[in-house]
Design a binder for this molecule. Sequence first.
Ligand SMILES: Cc1cc2nc3c(=O)[nH]c(=O)nc-3n(C[C@H](O)[C@H](O)[C@H](O)COP(=O)(O)O)c2cc1C
Length: 216
Amino acid sequence: MTLKSDLGSYRKNYTKNNNFSLDNFDTPLSLFNQWFKEFDNDITDSEVNAMTLSTVGIDGFPKNRIVLLKEFDEEGFTFYTNYNSEKGLSISKNNKVCLSFFWEQHERQVIIKGYAKKISDLKSNKYFNSRPRGSQLGAIVSNQSAVIDSKKELEENLIYLESKYRNKSIPKPINWGGYIVSPVEYEFWQGGENRLHDRARFSYKKNHWIIDRLSP
Ligand SMILES: Cc1cc2nc3c(=O)[nH]c(=O)nc-3n(C[C@H](O)[C@H](O)[C@H](O)COP(=O)(O)O)c2cc1C
């Protein structure tokens, strides 16, 4: 494979750092909120709510994958998935997870450690009912993370379900729903000149957030 140049010489200067200050933020959620809004306002044609979810599997290995952030507030960060998927099984054994965001255009990264738990069925139903019918059927068809013989079996099942539910509402599968991740630690990274990046860690201890600046 031919690259434009040697990977070792790929180098970027970080120039967007506008005197990163923590003075105006006593909670990490307010800083996250500001960064998320800034990214959301500036970026078009990108999945702004895509985040990496890391779980530790029953084999002891960490595994990352992208999921979509659907809500965040004081309670935590919510995404939806299949509870019987690999991630679902991992969380059932170890609910310590990590979320991360890379907002390249703003030269920012946020890493959040926390505990995942299932949200109420009521809330999952509400979100499921708001989804397009195609996504609802897809959630039923896909036994997420299971080995399949061919794509054809999914397509045939989809056709069958389309006719089964024609003009009817589609019920949420019991094994599909949301998880909320309640943070215990946030780390914010803002690229800086001469590799003097800013890193701020908020750790939740004894009912309040401790802020530490970390060396890049
Ligand atoms: C942009 C993007 C968004 C995705 N959003 C979700 C999501 O919200 N929920 C989900 O279960 N999988 C989502 N996926 C698929 C996951 O990355 C992953 O393939 C799937 O959840 C199975 O993971 P697992 O086998 O580790 O459980 C998304 C993938 C991409 C690339």
